[in-house]
Design a protein around this ligand. Structure first.
Ligand SMILES: Cc1cc2nc3c(=O)[nH]c(=O)nc-3n(C[C@H](O)[C@H](O)[C@H](O)COP(=O)(O)OP(=O)(O)OC[C@H]3O[C@@H](n4cnc5c(N)ncnc54)[C@H](O)[C@@H]3O)c2cc1C
Length: 363
């Protein structure tokens, strides 16, 4: 569907027949969610937090805003972005740094003119000398960026490399973002829960930040019951769970780097020979030796995504799983060809992505 520029929703009776994702304008989406929250009774107080008052037990009692107003609360969700105002600055929760595996630490971002006609319905990530570039088309602009490692290229050269490979005119000046990859040691400490960038960051190669926010929220809601405070063991379970999700997505992103055959610059040579986290080393071993995609609980990505990266990088097992010997090769090939032809026919009958969007939006 993506490569042919076509799309249709999965049939109602098979909603999970295939998966899809969205390209959002983040600012519009934030406004959309805000209106839903306000419509359901959330109250919004806007202001800049200038002071954080702690409780005797180390938790947070209240926040003071620039205009003097004071906000007291039982539970605080820190969504202050990279500054990590409550979890990082006030509670000084240490940071677990992943940069020895994921060395990118900067990004230039710039919007450019949209491609019309025939909106591209997918993200393109392109490897460059010291990182990779994203291209995310929306209807009104294309989001572009270069995620790079300052150890391998300086900021000005990276900016020039990004601008060089854009297809259309830029719509604004490029913006530089600086970050460190990793997460706070604990995500929930006392009465503070970090969500989003205040809790941690993984480079956007697989666009996982909103997924991580969603996972954190869903898990937090499970533990919050009216009238009952979450126990210490529930909080510890939350922290273990979030650590695992971060580590598993980290491993999936490292997989993109460590399987690449690219050796034409220092970054790509270094990542091809780096020592891997044990969890990923085991997954790679299991795949290579037995054709087994070892999936654990709390994975961010399913086996099909892991397989897509292995297959795309020509990373195949040295021998097939023994159980496959039970299926005659000709029979297996016949079944696969049938399936391929069926998929091709279904996709060919779908509307183009552009027509689908026009129809959905009524214009
Ligand atoms: C290069 C890049 C690409 C990304 N691509 C993707 C992607 O494709 N998909 C995805 O899911 N995510 C992506 N992300 C992550 C995305 O930015 C986050 O998902 C989302 O914006 C995180 O929201 P947040 O609330 O944690 O932080 P932010 O959006 O940074 O919001 C933090 C807010 O806190 C406010 N704040 C800070 N200090 C104070 C203070 N003292 N008082 C009051 N307010 C304060 C700030 O003004 C800001 O509004 C990307 C991030 C980067 C850096």
């Amino acid at each position: 569907m993506a490569s042919q520029g076509r799309f249709a929703m999965p049939p109602r009776e098979h909603p999970n027949l295939y998966s899809y994702a969205y390209h959002f304008d983040a600012t519009l989406y934030a406004g959309f969610l805000r209106n839903i929250a306000l419509g359901r009774g959330a109250r919004r107080t806007e202001g800049r937090i200038v002071e954080v008052k702690r409780r005797a037990d180390g938790g947070i009692e209240q926040l003071k805003l620039e205009d003097g107003r004071v906000l007291a609360g039982d539970l605080f969700i820190d969504c202050s972005g990279f500054v990590s105002l409550l979890l990082g600055r006030a509670l000084e929760e240490p940071f677990v740094d992943f940069s020895r595996w994921l060395p990118v630490d900067r990004a230039w971002a710039v919007p450019s003119e949209p491609d019309r006609p025939g909106l591209t319905p997918h993200t393109v990530a392109t490897a460059l000398e010291a990182g990779w570039a994203w291209r995310i088309p929306l209807r009104n602009r294309i989001g572009n960026g270069y995620v790079f490692s300052s150890r391998y290229i300086d900021e000005e050269h990276a900016r020039a490399q990004l601008l060089e490979q854009l297809e259309g005119p830029v719509l604004a000046e490029p913006r530089l973002l600086r970050f460190i990859t990793g997460h706070r040691e604990r995500f929930w400490v006392q009465n503070v829960v970090g969500l989003g960038l205040s809790a941690g960051f993984l480079e956007p190669l697989e666009s996982t930040s909103i997924l991580l926010i969603q996972r954190g929220l869903a898990k937090m809601i499970e533990l919050l019951r009216p009238g009952a405070r979450p126990t210490a063991s529930a909080v510890a379970d939350y922290n273990r769970g979030m650590t695992r999700v971060f580590e598993r997505i980290r491993d999936f992103i490292i997989l993109h780097y460590c399987l690449t055959g690219r050796r034409d610059s220092a970054l790509w040579r270094d990542v091809a020979s780096m020592e891997l986290p044990e969890t990923l080393a085991f997954k790679l071993h299991a795949w290579r030796q037995t054709g087994w995609l070892n999936m654990n609980g709390e994975e961010g990505f399913e086996a099909t995504s892991w397989l897509a990266i292995h297959a795309g990088m020509e990373s195949w097992p040295v021998r097939a799983a023994p159980v496959l010997a039970e299926v005659p090769l000709a029979e297996a090939l016949h079944a696969l060809h049938q399936r391929r032809d069926h998929y091709a026919a279904v996709v060919a009958a779908m509307p183009t992505h552009e027509a689908f969007l026009r129809n959905m939006l009524g214009r």
